[in-house]
Design a protein around this ligand. Structure first.
Ligand code: ASP
Length: 439
């Protein structure tokens, strides 16, 4: 078995956490390629090293503040080095970082040093080869990640390397300029490495034992999802489920490599397995529930809309021209609704309204704000009669008014719109009917 293992910031926040990681890696010879994040929080009040680096870079023009902040970051690493009894000095690295900050190396370079330095420590600790991600993860001249070129470079570089540490989160353009992925992007590096080495499994180690059926801030102690498909996960991540960076699915989809979400603090837990497809039936009809608040519906009515060819295109063009992406477009015979993120829409609302009047001359146009969308996702719903019935019965029992319903053609998810204020109660009602009463 060839495995790529990625460890998140909380798994590497201290020497003690590094030791747990060391034990996990040594327990399985297949764990050959290691992708570390920067040290995360040691406790709730602590600051992630990545955030310290962004902040430190802001002080690049003030030598005294710069020294102080660099010293605080260096102390975080030194604590780990000492705790692991390593013969390693990062003095030279910090001197270079300081100089680069003064020369305005950019905030992406600054942030990337968190993973870079942690990777060096990890490589020394495991006695694995260190491979700088800047050499193998490539971005183009516009700063856009280049998946195919990276796959080629990385695949060739790792071909003859038995074991290596490749820091997460960053890469470089051809001229050496460092670029980072968006926050949480070490997950993406893990996927890229897994694809390049044709791994049998990508283990993503974090501080929870997998994905939960729903948000624990809403439902107390929700069940863990045992197996989930890439597509289900994409739906849930898009609607707000965190744990894994949503973009980390793409590199793996191409190879069908499974991801196992595991808990560094409870390695004995099975975690969640993310697969391309599976005949394993989910424990419940639904796999997960996720949702977000803060949407707005623009409702357009016009008699005989149904026979006006091009109506939908004209409406959507107004949104396009204003740079607003839409979430859903439920429609009726003479009604057409566009659902958008309220925060994106608010500033431009008057421009959109007048644009719509000009484009399609509606009879009425009204706005409804403060809506929440809930995605009920599950491959088990496909062949199952009555899922929608149960959802709406549960919502009706909870006295929740449904504002919108949208079922994708994949039958993989049902999206429900409710008022923001009803959001938590709606999620609880759906969880209860499928998981607690196990219908
Ligand atoms: N260290 C980066 C962050 O805090 C990337 C990561 O941890 O995945 O976002």
């Amino acid at each position: 078995m060839k495995k790529v293992v990625k460890f998140g910031g909380s798994s590497l926040a201290s020497a003690e956490q590094f030791q747990k990681v060391g034990e996990i890696i040594h327990a399985d010879r297949g764990r050959r390629y290691v992708v570390p994040s920067a040290p995360g929080k040691r406790d709730a009040k602590d600051t992630k090293v990545t955030d310290m680096l962004y902040d430190c870079y802001q002080s690049a023009g003030d030598p005294k503040a710069l020294d102080q902040k660099i010293a605080a970051i260096a102390a975080r690493y030194q604590e780990i080095i000492d705790g692991l009894c390593l013969e390693l000095s990062l003095d030279q690295d910090f001197a270079e970082i300081r100089k680069a900050f003064e020369e305005q190396s950019g905030s992406e370079y600054a942030a990337s040093r968190g993973e870079y330095l942690n990777g060096k420590i990890m490589a020394a600790y495991l006695e694995y080869e260190f491979i700088d991600a800047a050499e193998v993860v490539r971005f183009d001249e516009d700063g856009v990640f280049e998946p195919e070129l990276t796959n080629k470079i990385l695949g060739e570089r790792l071909e003859s390397v038995e074991r290596a540490v490749i820091p997460g989160f960053y890469g470089a353009m051809e001229d050496g300029t460092i670029k980072t992925f968006s926050r949480g992007g070490s997950d993406i590096t893990g996927s890229i490495v897994a694809r390049a080495v044709h791994a049998d499994l990508y283990e993503n180690w974090t501080d929870v034992s997998g994905f939960l059926v729903t948000d624990p801030h809403i439902v107390e102690d929700p069940e863990t999802i045992e197996t989930i498909t890439y597509r289900e996960l994409r739906e849930l991540s898009y609607m707000g489920a965190t744990v894994l960076h949503a973009d980390s699915i793409f590199p793996l989809r191409k190879e069908g490599i499974p991801i196992n979400i595991k808990n560094t603090n409870r390695p004995q837990d099975a975690g969640t397995l993310i697969v391309e497809s599976t005949c394993r039936q989910p424990r419940y009809t639904i796999t997960g529930i996720a949702g977000k608040k803060g949407f707005c519906a623009i409702n357009i009515e016009k008699d005989m809309m149904n026979s006006e060819i091009g109506f939908g295109r004209k409406v959507l063009q107004v949104f396009e021209e204003n740079g607003i992406s839409f979430e859903h477009v439920p429609s009726g015979i003479d009604t057409f609704t566009v659902i958008v993120h309220q925060s994106e829409f608010m500033e431009k609302e008057q421009r959109v309204i007048s644009g719509l009047h000009r484009a399609v001359q509606p009879d009425t146009l009204d706005l409804e704000s403060d809506l929440a969308l809930i995605a009920v996702v599950g491959r088990g719903m496909r062949a199952m009669r009555g899922t929608a019935g149960r959802i709406f019965a549960a919502l009706s029992h909870a006295h929740i008014n449904v504002k919108m319903i949208d079922q994708g053609s994949s039958e993989l998810n049902i999206i429900i719109g409710v008022k923001n204020d009803d959001f938590e109660r709606a999620v609880r009602a759906i969880y209860d009917i499928f998981v607690l009463t196990h219908l």
